[in-house]
Design a protein around this ligand. Sequence first.
Ligand code: FNR
Length: 369
Amino acid sequence: DAIPLVFQPFTVKDLTLPNRIVVAPMCMYSSKDGFFTNFHLVSIGSLAIHGPGLIIQEATAVLPNGRITPGCAGLWEDAQINKLKEIVDFVHVQGGKVGIQLAHAGRKASAKAPYTNHPESAFWRDNVVAPTGGAAFQWDENHVIPRELSVEEIQEIVQAFGSATARAAQAGMDTVEIHGAHGYLIHNFLSPLTNKRTDKYGGSLENRARFLLEVVRAVRENFPAEKPIFLRVSASDLVENVEQLKNEPSWELQQTIQIAQWVRDAGVDVLHVSSGGNTALQSIKAGPLYQVPFAEQIKKAVPGLHVVAVGIITNGVQAEEILTSEKADLVAAGRGFLRHPNFALNAARDLNVKAAFSQQYSRGRTTHS
Ligand code: FNR
């Protein structure tokens, strides 16, 4: 019989993924001054030898003050390229593909890493930035009060996305994913909950999306034209049913659909559809496949844009159903890969596919019995 869709190759631009299972980006809090380390090589490497179609490396800051924690990765200087290239080369030898998520954490920056105590000097408490600053925009008591970005600084961040992209290209990355989700800087600009600016970066949807579109163009210009660009978004702030915010405009699916068209036209090839993270008041009903309907609606509304579904997708049968019913083009898993680096092999077993799990043991291509 035919090979299940999950294990058929997927091509976007000149990139062909060996299958349609993606490792979602996940912070490791294991960088030193933004530099990737052996922890990354080993953990990304261990994923790569177990056959996912694409690995997207963690949120990687384009500027030092854009890191979520002092342990987060960065790509703001050329010296940071070397270790990354080592990781990319390893994945490629294994027949895998790898991308990197480029990010600026905005008001959620300078936070404590979950497992380690960095000294006070490792933080940047006076330089946490947001579209709109002040006490009302402090994320929580473990974060500092952000200050408002000037237009000049916004331009510097756009340029930093471009330079970090050029470095990712030098490392040999197969794709770059722009982090526009989860309440980090780009999402802060998009959402009227967190963007109260009155200049050209605030107000109308077009103005709130201006920063994102400038970032998209800077990334596109600095990445080889034949390689695809991903963008991760939160499809909604998830506050439709929150009493306190009943009269406040927020970020919603219809706006996401509108900007999805704009970013497609500006050169984004794949939209990675997540949700939430911009306000602590959000009401999330997380459960199996809970974000898939967002991916599906965006895919239907925006022809020509490929879509990744993510969020509690835990087995091959679910993944196959999502793809065959055309709700998404790719499926991603995060925690599933932390539990089992061989998540993709388990999915293959679920679907009765023989998938090679590392270059060392591969005797040919994927087969289906
Ligand atoms: C994440 N997630 C995440 N998302 C993102 O866009 N950039 C990131 O760096 C991280 N970091 C991160 C770390 C850890 C430890 C977890 C568990 C999650 C979110 C992740 O990519 C994914 O969207 C969610 O985990 C939902 O998918 P799963 O885990 O239900 O498959």
